[in-house]
Write a protein that binds this ligand. Structure first.
Ligand code: GLU
Length: 382
């Protein structure tokens, strides 16, 4: 039965997908781009596009490619080195893709972004429109973080995080994270008996112990971010597949239903819409905290759609303006979600525990990240 479920998804089923390719797939031992490998992946992506699937490519490899080209005479600090190498390597990376896709008649477009580009809804929608226009014109968006100008404190954890954000923003039906291992293993690295976990249900966090926090090679990310991004995106109703980008034919093979090793996250929950989707990925922009009592917590996770009222608030922390994102916490300090505040922090302080005209956070401007005892609530993902 599981077999049937797993292999029932077919190429035609996906209208739009994100494919994220990690540095360790694209780069050789010295960081140089592996053109043959890129060529294989390009062939695969081209096949998918020719069959009508819209693809957004998230690619790493700029820093590694830059590093393989230039050894600075003087020792640089980490930030300067990253900026320099990414600036050099990004050109090489895009040239390689452009040349390879040209053979298939596909035009590529470079999208360089920073976390700040997602900090408010206006920027977010701007980014969404830009990628939509590319897709409408059959142009392949190739996205990377702009490491040359990214400020360390406000960087994506890695391109895995960026790929999750883009797949959610662009309402993709699947996210493929290609790395240099076959998926998530049910044992510690080096354990000869460990095997790839083929399916993980989005809400299930029981695999955390197996996941190595280790990073390998040149990439920034590790399996830990892949796992948490994958779970989060699957909880938003999207298929996520972690697979080995070094295996030839992996994408088309998986999509044809071949029995290839990979870890697939089974989505559950309903797709998030509009503001909720943006909020789900905006945790790092939160300016303050609202602590709610048990009654309010119950109301938030109720089967009915409830806004957060000030009567259920016990504490306000931090300074924020009306419209800023704030974290919602329970009295034990556990984060329940995020929302857009309808008050500034001074006003909210004064109204703690009181009946006020309007809620602190409207239901439609709230994202809850905690599993609810009532999983069927309309419009939200539990
Ligand atoms: N943006 C970085 C690059 O192009 C990679 C970040 C990551 O490893 O996720 O090299």
């Amino acid at each position: 039965m599981i077999f049937v479920m797993f292999y029932s998804f077919s190429m035609k089923a996906y209208k739009r997908i994100v494919i994220k390719i990690g540095t360790n797939v694209l780069a050789g031992d010295r960081g140089e781009l592996d053109e043959a490998r890129i060529g294989h992946l390009v062939n695969e992506v081209a096949t998918l596009m020719q069959q009508g699937t819209e693809v957004i490519l998230i690619t790493s490899g700029a820093v590694a490619a830059g590093r393989s080209q230039l050894k600075p005479d003087v020792k640089l600090d980490t930030v300067s080195a990253r900026q320099l190498w990414s600036a050099i390597g990004q050109v090489k990376l895009m040239n390689t893709y452009t040349e390879q896709f040209k053979k298939h008649g596909i035009i590529c477009a470079q999208v360089l972004t920073t976390k700040e580009n997602f900090s408010d809804r206006r920027h977010y929608l701007n980014m969404k429109n830009c990628i939509t226009t590319m897709l409408e014109n059959k142009v392949l968006p190739i996205v990377n973080e702009n490491d040359t100008i990214s400020v360390s404190e406000l960087m994506f954890t890695d391109n895995d995080e960026l790929s999750g954000l883009i797949s959610s923003m662009m309402a993709c039906q699947a996210l493929f994270i290609l790395t240099n291992v076959d998926g998530i293993y049910n044992g510690m690295p080096g354990d000869a008996h460990a095997s790839v976990i083929r399916e993980i249900t989005a809400g299930d966090n029981s695999h955390e112990d197996y996941i190595s926090a280790q990073k390998s090679g040149f990439g920034r990310g590790g399996m830990h971010t892949k796992y948490s991004v994958a779970r989060k995106i699957a909880l938003e109703g999207t298929d996520v597949i972690i697979a080995n980008g070094k295996r030839e034919g992996i994408l088309t093979g998986l999509l044809r239903g071949e029995d290839l090793p990979s870890t697939r996250f089974i989505p559950n929950g309903k797709k998030l819409k509009g503001q909720k989707k943006w909020l789900a990925h905006s945790e790092s922009f939160a300016k303050g905290i609202v602590v709610v009592n048990h009654g309010a917590q119950k109301a938030l996770f109720d089967i009915n759609a409830n806004s957060l009222l000030l009567i259920g608030v016990v504490e306000i922390q931090g300074f924020f303006k009306k419209g800023d994102i704030i974290r919602i916490q329970d009295e034990q300090g556990k984060q329940l979600g995020l929302g857009k505040s309808q008050y500034d922090s001074d006003e909210a302080q004064k109204l703690i525990g009181k009946k006020a005209e309007k809620p602190l956070i409207y239901y439609d401007y709230m994202y809850l990240n905690e599993a609810s005892p009532n999983p069927s609530r309309e419009g939200d993902v539990m």
